[in-house]
Write a protein that binds this ligand. Structure first.
Ligand SMILES: [Cu+2]
Length: 338
């Protein structure tokens, strides 16, 4: 058989090559968030928060007359596929808790997302308004992982008030379904998953406004995972009912204003190793096995721990640390049963 140029362009071969190159099915995801006030009891004290709620199925005014929804701390979890397009609208058309001008209004900043400046939600940059907007992001295939979103108006105040949440960018399979993997890499497959949004509270920040000198010094008093205190292993902030020999993924998202260290201990207090696959929304060139991971504000880590072959209880935990000297401020516990 003669090898000619024509043979290389054989239609069957071309079709095969094209099908291999066709990306998995992508989706367009439209969400509308609103802002409202709520309060939480932390260590017996009532603290006022502002938070996001999901108030519509897409487009401005999606909430219609149905109201603003109920804010949660952290805000609603956003799940999108790598390759999808997210259109995230913020409806501040209705009365929202906010400060007087020039610190009024709200935005949504998709932290760590590679977006156009006009989609960045930072009022100081061109094209970003504070009276409602739609933020568009189409993460690439290599951007699977965990991200935070938060308000970028007078950030020192508004982020502290609870205006933050998590975005998980998931790989999709050939049929378009979310995969139980951190990235498309089969080595990152897991059976269970928890999102740990780390945050701290300085109650003085919750009552101060405008250019208060209070904002010159941060004194965290309450320490949270997923908006909960979890001060002891018997009252954990997060619980996961898993099964022995299975894999559990933890998505750590730093929205705290201190330093922090994450670790997983067994019931005897021994640190258990885990593998970090993604940091700050990018896969590590080589997965890293560790018994602790440090997280500064804005940082993320996506990791997997393999549970033992006998039943038991482990305690994932975050120790918050002073920014200046690393001294421990408080530990928040999670719990995994298997
Ligand atoms: Cu805000």
């Amino acid at each position: 058989m003669k090898h000619t140029h024509k043979n290389i362009l054989n239609p069957a071969l071309l079709s095969l090559l094209l099908s291999a190159a066709v990306p998995v099915q992508a989706a367009t995801i439209n969400k509308t968030f609103c802002v409202s006030q709520t309060s939480k009891s932390l260590s017996g004290q009532s603290v006022t928060f502002w938070g996001y709620s999901d108030c519509g199925g897409g487009g401005m005014g999606g909430g219609g007359m149905g109201g603003m929804g109920s804010a949660t701390i952290p805000g609603p979890l956003i799940e999108i596929g790598a390759g999808d397009t997210l259109n995230l609208s913020l409806n501040v058309g209705m009365m929202t808790p906010q400060e007087p001008s020039p610190y009024n209004g709200h935005t949504i900043h998709l932290h760590g997302a590679d977006v156009m400046t006009s989609e960045d939600g930072t009022p100081e940059t061109n094209g970003n308004v504070v009276n409602g907007d739609t933020y568009t992001w189409a993460p690439l295939a290599n951007e699977a992982g965990s991200y935070p979103y938060h308000c970028h108006v007078h950030t020192v105040k508004h982020l502290e008030m609870g205006m933050y949440g998590a975005v998980v960018v998931r790989p999709r399979d050939a049929a378009g379904a979310f995969m139980k993997r951190i990235t498309a890499n089969a080595a990152t497959a897991y059976d269970y998953e928890q999102v740990y949004v780390l945050s701290t509270v300085d109650p003085a920040y919750h009552t101060a406004t405008m250019d208060s000198t209070v904002f010159g010094d941060y004194n965290a008093k309450y320490f949270l995972i997923g908006g909960k205190e979890g001060k002891t292993t018997s009252a954990p902030a997060m619980t996961l009912a898993a099964a022995k020999s299975k894999k559990a993924a933890f998505r750590l998202i730093g929205m705290h204003s201190t330093n922090a260290t994450f670790g997983i201990k067994d019931s005897a207090g021994n640190l258990k190793p885990f593998t970090v696959y993604v940091e700050d929304g990018r896969a590590l060139p080589t997965a890293r096995t560790a018994t602790s991971v440090d997280l500064s504000p804005g940082q993320r880590a996506d990791l997997i721990v393999t549970l033992p072959s006998t039943t038991g209880t482990w305690y994932p935990q975050v120790t918050y640390k002073n920014l200046r000297d690393g001294g421990p401020l408080g530990t928040v516990f999670g719990k995994v049963t298997f």
